[in-house]
Design a protein around this ligand. Structure first.
Ligand SMILES: [Zn+2]
Length: 318
């Protein structure tokens, strides 16, 4: 029973092709699967969210909200009254990203915040475009020009919030988001200060901690470690100055390249038009367990740490 869905430890982790089987079987079986699935399921990271934000900037700024259809109430963390008061009839004045949040600023001086979590998607549909590609369309915003902004989320972990625009900074503080790695203010000095605060942290866990640096997840932390040629289990204090510089450079370089290629489409991720990002073909180690390293031709390995897994090349990464 287990073999059909559970990843084989000799193969790259990829639970998605078997996801249809989620609806069947015994309860225990399902819980077990869900645990495995959550642990290894891919979550959109900075480059994927940034890709959606850049597209929204081009396509929805100036549009006016007309209505909303809420099929799954738990995703929407504000009332219908607030919608009518602060969203309905209001224009989108700007779009921005903070960490993995997509933020639409409105002419009412309120902002809509979208978090895609594990499997959320945000799609923009033209007036006559069918919704059939969005089977899990849980929230459908309609604009005055009949375009639709659809939030679809298979796992329903995502959320939409409405916050006063001038209270956003307080919200980010409360959520303890670390600095934006692609921001000019994220200098090597800033990075070094964060490193000094967490000397005992392993590099992989350091990169994943959203309160230290915002937006890096499982894919890009693996790729950054490979770029810097450091073993993912090394502690921060064991890293030499040149290695730290290489990691800092890797954070900027890997994230920028991924944004350029519109992110990595693994599992569910698609951009605003439903298109895939093609950074996957540039991955060096992520989900490449057992495959040859592009540098030394040795085998890529996978290790577990704290409920996560990390792929790396034992020969290239010391
Ligand atoms: Zn190698």
């Amino acid at each position: 029973m287990g073999k059909g869905y559970r990843y084989n430890k000799n193969e790259p982790i990829h639970p998605y092709p078997n996801r249809k089987s989620l609806g069947y079987g015994l309860l225990g079986w399902k819980v077990k699967l869900l645990n495995v699935w959550i642990k290894y399921y891919y979550m959109p990271e900075l480059p994927e969210v940034e890709t959606i934000v850049q597209e929204l900037k081009r396509r929805v700024v100036g549009k006016t909200f007309n209505d909303v259809e809420i099929k799954v109430p738990k995703i929407v963390r504000f009332s219908k009254e607030s919608f009518d008061k602060y969203v309905k009839g209001k224009k989108i004045t700007g779009v921005m990203r903070r960490a993995k949040l997509i933020i639409l600023n409105l002419s009412s001086n309120y902002s809509l915040l979208f978090h895609l979590k594990l499997s959320g998607r945000l799609l923009l549909l033209k007036p006559k475009e069918k919704e059939d590609k969005t089977k899990h369309s849980h929230i459908i915003f309609t604009f005055k020009d009949n375009y639709k902004l659809v939030f679809n989320d298979l796992r329903k972990f995502g959320f939409i919030k409405l916050i006063e625009t001038n209270k956003l900074e307080d919200y980010f503080k409360k959520e303890k988001y670390g600095p934006e790695p692609l921001d000019k203010r994220f200098t090597y000095k800033t990075f070094k200060e964060i490193v000094d605060k967490r000397p005992n942290r392993k590099i992989k866990q350091f990169l994943l901690d959203q309160t230290l640096i915002a937006g890096i997840g499982n894919i890009y932390s693996d790729e950054i470690c490979y770029y810097a040629k450091v073993h993912p289990l090394r502690t921060m204090s064991s890293l030499s100055e040149p290695e730290l510089k290489k990691i800092y450079k890797g954070i900027k370089y890997i994230l920028k390249s991924a944004v350029k290629h519109k992110g990595s489409s693994v599992d569910d991720y698609v951009d605003l038009s439903g298109k895939s990002g093609d950074y996957v073909k540039y991955h060096k180690v992520y989900r490449k367990e057992g495959k040859p390293c592009s540098g030394c031709k040795g085998k890529i390995k996978r290790i577990k740490l704290g409920g996560r897994s990390s792929c790396f090349c034992p020969a290239c990464q010391k």
